[in-house]
Design a protein around this ligand. Structure first.
Ligand SMILES: [Cu+2]
Length: 324
């Protein structure tokens, strides 16, 4: 196609990449704050929640519209992302065990797309089918198991659709999840840059050598707009690695995790069997997630990184700014 030719002929946006640069003054970070699960009303993302008429849990409904959206992914670098509701990653959905989610998927894009929710077990054949531009489908799943679950487009080549931004998180709270002072969500993903303003370089994905590794869609996002906490507050950070290819080793410089939850259960709580245990990193393969909890002992600037160091140096970094 004509656009394919121009995409192939244009120089890669890698040439414009400067991770020492800063975003423009009018740039705003994506809010990493994770609101509690709703049981009624309409949230900021347009998800409605109400008591399930069948008497079990909460019924959540949201429409996810697929589109192509040009966004900045690093200072001075834009890409045309394939998005659910205009952002990559897409909206984070949160609920409780026993809830039901009804998703209306609308394809406003220019090629076939689909959606696959790991948060619900079902036969993929119908709900995960690819729909053409202009079509829609309804996808209903029951949240029977807790954890932080990936959702993604599963249309082939899946690596291209995932790397282009068709990903998101579903958080199903474990029963008895303790209250905390602050909760954040970080979704780690890779970018394989096409031309400035263009689409993902499909051929480069297979090298598994990304140009950027990012939290919530933008390189070093929370270095420019730090996450906030106060000394002594309990902070929970949910992390999901959506890949498509790279693992994460989630670490906070100067912090120690006293609680770690991964893939459906606590790895560490209350210091473990000795009462003295701590954790330094949450290890996640692509499509795995969990959370860490910690308190910050002193005011200061605590870097948040994937301790896969080359990935941290490609943008998988941020800061928690801790004030007295
Ligand atoms: Cu897709």
């Amino acid at each position: 196609t004509a656009s394919g030719t121009s995409q192939a002929d244009a120089p890669s946006a890698v040439e414009d990449l400067d991770l020492m640069a800063s975003p423009d003054a009018d740039w705003t970070a994506r809010d990493a704050t994770l609101p509690p699960a709703a049981t009624s009303g309409t949230d900021a993302q347009g998800m409605t929640s109400e008591p399930d008429p069948d008497g079990t849990g909460t019924l959540h409904r949201i429409t996810l519209t697929v589109g192509e959206t040009e966004v900045e992914v690093a200072p001075g670098v834009t890409q045309t992302r394939w998005t659910y509701n205009g952002t990559a990653p897409g909206p984070a959905l949160r609920g409780a065990v026993g809830d039901t989610f009804v998703i209306t998927l609308v394809n406003d894009g220019t090629i076939g797309h689909s959606i696959d929710f790991h948060a619900g077990a079902l036969a993929p054949d119908g709900p995960m089918r690819t729909i053409d531009p202009g079509e829609s489908l309804e996808y209903t799943f029951s949240a029977d198991r807790s954890g932080i679950w990936m959702y993604h487009c599963s249309t082939m080549p899946m690596s291209m659709h995932i790397a282009s931004g068709m990903v998101g998180a579903v958080i199903i709270d474990p029963p008895g999840l303790a209250p905390v002072d602050r909760e954040y969500l970080l979704v780690q993903s890779e970018l394989y840059l096409g031309p400035q303003g263009g689409e993902t370089d499909a051929a480069r994905i297979a090298t598994q050598n990304p140009d950027l590794v990012v939290f919530n869609g933008y390189a070093n996002q929370y270095r420019y707009a730090p996450l906030e906490a106060r000394v002594g507050e309990r902070v929970r950070i949910w992390v999901l690695d959506v890949g498509p290819n790279r693992p994460s080793s989630f670490h906070i410089v100067g912090g120690q995790f006293d609680t770690v939850f991964a893939e459906g259960d606590y790895l560490l709580r209350d210091g473990g069997s000795t009462g003295t245990g701590g954790s330094q990193a949450l290890a996640l393969q692509p499509a795995q997630g969990g959370f860490v909890e910690l308190t910050f002992p002193q005011a200061g600037h605590y870097s948040v990184v994937s301790h896969v160091m080359s990935d941290a140096e490609k943008g998988a970094g941020g800061v928690v700014e801790v004030t007295p």
